[in-house]
Design a protein around this ligand. Structure first.
Ligand SMILES: Cc1ncc(COP(=O)(O)O)c(C=O)c1O
Length: 390
């Protein structure tokens, strides 16, 4: 038996190794402050738990249709109207096992072997691996503070060639927490459309903005793929439920692939998610966004005070991408010592691409304010004695 050749190009998540080491240190009795993992510490919203209990008592939880439960597709369509003023035919909306399942479906219907797909570097580590799974070729476009660490219309214009089929875009961005302006989004979508390329817009951090709320790529064109999920804004990571909006002409192809890959998204979370748009739940989520905003402010101000540089404003998601070059040539080395000696877990830039990764660390504000403050104190103490040459 032999592992398939393609697995050579599928890379593991660095952050998982950091998390595993942090857990090992905790098992040995050490106190670790977790700022490495992109998952808030909030419990699932109470209304969701209540709905799950009800459904477990009364519902046999059979498979749903491959595209998902009709009432949920309709509720999502109504939510696009409420959030973005868009009218979406529910038949274009597919429920999926997380945004990850949506990415798989999107790239499955879009990517042929050897097709090039443009992605931002730094960016979400799984994108290149999904592209490679379908034997496409990820082309990382170096992005920096000048474009808010995101793909830009000009960057796409320069990079698009005869082998390029499309782009994956994420705003708010993981790992930088930066948000594309409505104008930049409009220009970018129009640029990709002008090349007749595909655009997959990963909108999983929508709702978690601390300045201007994001526009959906769907406000620019109906001919885009939008993926999203109940994991982040709705606080339901482990429920594994996401969705995707597809162009009308792709409905049949996506349905065929969804039937074969997943049969359907998980039934219990779908039944529960119908209640996600209940005003009481939306109030709870707004309160959580306010908590995240306070954490963002504490972490951002604390890092700046310690001398970290934040080259772009972290305005969304729950990430801060900090320039740590002042403390040595390699953020991986710094992350290692911060964990081992200060008990603070953060993720080095190399998890997110090849463009200047050693300059940066990603901090997640997914811990309560007192823990973030304690983390900042530990980092301050550590940096006083840190010698990058050792
Ligand atoms: C940018 C981005 N897209 C997609 C995902 C996958 O999310 P899900 O839990 O919905 O599969 C993540 C998870 O961290 C993410 O950060």
């Amino acid at each position: 038996m032999k592992i398939a050749d393609r697995m050579v190009s599928i890379k593991p998540f660095e952050v998982m190794a950091i998390l595993a080491r942090a857990r090992q240190l905790e098992a040995a009795g050490l106190d670790i402050i977790h700022m490495e993992i992109g998952e808030p510490d909030f419990p699932p919203p109470p209304l969701m738990i209540e709905a799950a209990h009800q459904q477990l008592k009364n519902n046999p939880l059979r498979y749903t249709a491959a595209a998902g439960l009709e009432p949920l597709r309709e509720a999502l369509s109504a939510d696009y109207q409420r959030r973005y003023g868009l009218r979406l035919d529910p038949r274009r909306i597919f429920l999926t096992p997380g945004a990850s399942g949506a990415l798989m479906l999107a790239l499955g219907v879009l990517v042929n072997p050897s097709d090039h797909v443009l992605i931002a570097d730094p960016g979400y580590p799984c994108y290149p691996n999904f592209i490679r799974l379908f034997e496409g070729i990820p082309r990382r476009i170096p992005v920096g503070p000048d474009s808010g660490f995101n793909l830009s219309a000009a960057g796409v214009r320069d990079a698009f060639d005869e082998r390029t089929r499309g782009i994956i875009l994420a705003s708010p961005s993981n790992p930088t927490g930066t948000v594309l302006s409505a104008g930049a989004l409009h220009a970018l979508v129009s640029e990709v459309m002008a090349h007749q390329g595909f655009l997959v817009s990963d909108e999983i951090y929508h709702g978690l903005e601390y300045g201007v709320p994001s526009d959906s790529a769907l406000t620019v064109s109906d001919e885009v793929f939008v993926i999203n999920s109940f994991s982040k804004f709705y606080g339901m990571t482990g429920w594994r439920l996401g969705w995707m909006v597809v162009p009308d002409a792709f409905v049949d192809a996506v349905e065929k692939l969804a039937q074969n890959l997943f049969i359907a998204a998980p039934t219990l979370p779908q039944l529960v998610a119908v209640h996600a748009f209940d005003p009481r739940n939306l109030l709870e989520l707004e309160a959580r966004r306010q908590v995240l905003l306070e954490r963002r402010n504490v972490l951002r101000d604390g890092l700046l005070e310690l001398g970290f540089q934040l080259p772009a404003n972290p305005e969304g998601a729950f990430y801060i991408y900090a320039d740590v070059s002042k403390w040595g040539p390699d953020s991986g080395w710094l992350a290692h010592h911060l964990l081992e000696e200060a008990g603070v877990a953060v993720t080095p830039g190399r998890d997110f691409g090849d463009h200047d990764p050693e300059r940066y660390l990603r901090f997640c504000y997914t811990a309560p304010v007192p823990r973030i403050q304690e983390g900042l104190e530990r980092i301050a103490h550590f940096l006083k004695v840190w010698d990058p040459k050792r």
